[in-house]
Design a protein around this ligand. Structure first.
Ligand SMILES: Cc1cc2nc3c(=O)[nH]c(=O)nc-3n(C[C@H](O)[C@H](O)[C@H](O)COP(=O)(O)O)c2cc1C
Length: 211
């Protein structure tokens, strides 16, 4: 092959490479917004079930607090708090926290708490518990997680926020008490955190209260 034909082939390959790069970049630009919108819709879909009975008119994901450790929420990793409002007033906070004491590792739990401290819903976002045993905490497998709806720190009293086997009021799972103990503890500790830090989570309301 002559030097000029090697040069021509090199130029052709470089041109094809440049065109491919431009095509990939253009496709990325065109799809980026749609991917972001899809991600947002998926996220909102996973958050919604924990907001049952809450009236709100704000965006579900527009007011996000990221709490970095150390904090007193379960898991002591990054805790996400999605705040929702009705006519500018606080309506509820959705906590995504980690229960570290699951049977097969961490369990990511979503806990919806109305501004008055009542649980609006709990859902399991991620877990690796055993199918047929610990995985019954997942709402797609059983109604176990629905027993938190409408509960609060006074209902039952804090010392009864435990599974029945530990003297509490919450159902456990037959032959698998480790998993529900972890979830009940995570919900209880999140309610305790909300009770102690509500004015930091909703600071505007706190300043209005003092007026
Ligand atoms: C293969 C295997 C998988 C298990 N998976 C779970 C689980 O996902 N969650 C759980 O709480 N216990 C699980 N267990 C049972 C625990 O080891 C433990 O016995 C149980 O949680 C105690 O529940 P109990 O107090 O109702 O007897 C599993 C046990 C085995 C042998």
């Amino acid at each position: 092959m002559s030097t000029s034909s090697i040069f021509r082939t090199g130029l052709t390959l470089a041109a094809i490479g440049a065109i491919c790069t431009m095509l990939v970049a253009a496709t990325y630009q065109a799809t980026r917004d749609r991917i972001a919108a899809n991600d947002k819709a998926l996220l909102e879909q996973s958050l919604l079930p924990a907001l049952a009975g809450i009236d709100y008119d704000s965006g579900l994901t527009d007011s996000l607090l990221e709490l970095q450790p150390p904090h007193e929420l379960p898991g002591n990793d990054t805790a996400l708090v999605y705040r929702v409002f009705a006519a500018g007033e606080p309506a509820a906070a959705l906590f995504a926290v980690t229960a570290r004491d699951g049977y097969s590792g961490p369990i990511r739990v979503l806990i919806g708490v109305a501004y008055d401290g009542t649980v609006s819903g709990v859902r399991i976002l991620q877990h690796r518990e055993t199918p047929g045993l610990g995985d019954m905490i997942d709402s797609s497998r059983s109604d176990w997680v629905l027993q938190f709806d409408g509960r609060s720190l006074g209902n039952p009293a804090a010392e009864h926020w435990a599974i029945r086997g530990d003297g509490g009021e919450f159902d456990q799972l037959t032959g698998a008490s480790i998993t529900p103990r972890a979830v009940v503890g995570a919900v209880r500790d999140t309610l305790l955190y909300f009770d102690a830090h509500r004015d930091e989570i909703f600071p505007v309301a706190a300043s209005e209260e003092n007026e």
